[in-house]
Design a protein. Structure first.
Length: 159
């Protein structure tokens, strides 16, 4: 029995991404996440996005529309956005639901914010061999703090 290699997530026009997923990806960009395109830009092996808080990093690894893992990773001396060892929260699944879960994750200072560390899912790991070449896109000026501002406002409004 032979198996074909896993399908790769393509950022170009080769994959019909549902419009809702496109909107959610734009929400990640608008929130101020740093984007990492791993592998060739025409056919990347993974798209990784991260947002740094004082003590955590919110991250998402996209390998395909149905292969997405989002997580909140505690910062530490060994914190690596491409190979986190522990998380306090993780969600794996289809892009729509994983991205919604990430965008709806509460501010780290919120009373309901996750804080208990557990082993990171393997699906968050992007081996070095799959990272190169690596293209990094920083948030647009004025966007870097948008996630913190949006979630702090939501926390205040709910409180």
């Amino acid at each position: 029995m032979t198996t074909s290699p896993p399908a790769r997530f393509r950022l170009g026009g080769d994959v019909d991404m549902p419009p809702v997923v496109e909107r959610l990806l734009l929400g990640v960009v608008q929130d101020g996440f740093v984007l990492y395109c791993c592998g060739g830009r025409a056919e990347p092996s993974a798209l990784v996005a991260s947002y740094e808080w004082e003590h955590y990093v919110d991250t998402v690894v996209i390998r395909g529309v149905d292969r997405v893992t989002a997580a909140r990773v505690p910062k530490g001396a060994t914190a690596d956005v491409f190979a986190p060892e522990v998380v306090v929260w993780a969600y794996q699944g289809h892009a729509e639901w994983a991205l919604r879960a990430l965008l709806d994750l509460v501010h780290p200072r919120h009373p309901d914010a996750p804080t208990v560390a557990h082993p990171a899912p393997r699906s968050l790991h992007v081996p070095r061999s799959e990272q190169r070449p690596l293209t990094i896109r920083l948030p647009a000026p004025g966007r870097a703090g948008m996630r913190a501002t949006r979630l702090a406002a939501a926390m205040t409004a709910a409180g």
